[in-house]
Ligand binder design. Structure first.
Ligand SMILES: [Mg+2]
Length: 173
């Protein structure tokens, strides 16, 4: 189980894991960050690769819910509809309310879900606090919201590696 700011797993992108890997790790559902995890921060266009990834997860019996801190419900709804996943906006991660609501939508306990996101101080910290497993993804695009840029500097100070090897293996602690 990850602790504090340390994720259980790291991948370059969400498309670097599939339903077979999730099943092998006894994960039944994902709580997915949206901005810079499944779409670029500035965009709402879901790539063909991510759409195919979501289809493969559904076909493999995996559940997923978007749990986003975004203040733009229309964007979150558009991305959720494109992926075929339920969605929540203004989740206020790392607080637990949004994660709990997402798990309730999926009908899964904390030990059955994986929190996936690109930020240590929201996605990973919140997931670890909720006793869920956590997966850190390399952010899709820059530039980011100025507050996020400041958080990145703090993440480096907290020991986040500056980059990930594309298609590298999952890193488990
Ligand atoms: Mg994000």
């Amino acid at each position: 189980m990850g602790r504090g700011l340390k994720p259980d797993f790291q991948f370059f992108a969400v498309t670097d894991f599939d339903s077979a890997w999730l099943r092998a790790n006894r994960i039944k559902g994902l709580l997915l960050d949206m901005d810079n995890t499944i779409v670029p921060w500035r965009g709402a266009e879901v790539s063909a690769a991510v759409l195919a990834w979501a289809r493969e997860l559904r076909a493999g019996g995996l559940k997923a819910c978007i749990v986003s801190n975004s203040r733009y419900p229309a964007k979150v709804a558009r991305v959720g509809a494109a992926l075929g996943f339920p969605y929540l906006h203004r989740a206020r991660k790392p607080r637990q309310g949004g994660f709990r609501a997402g798990r309730a939508l999926l009908g899964l306990g904390p030990e059955e879900v994986l929190v996936v996101g690109d930020q240590l101080f929201t996605d990973i910290l919140g997931g670890n606090r909720g006793r869920m497993r956590t997966c850190l993804i390399c952010p899709i695009a820059r530039p980011e919201f100025i507050g996020t840029t400041l958080l990145r500097l703090l993440e480096r100070a907290a020991g986040r590696p500056p980059g990930f090897q594309q298609n590298g293996p999952a890193i488990t602690k």
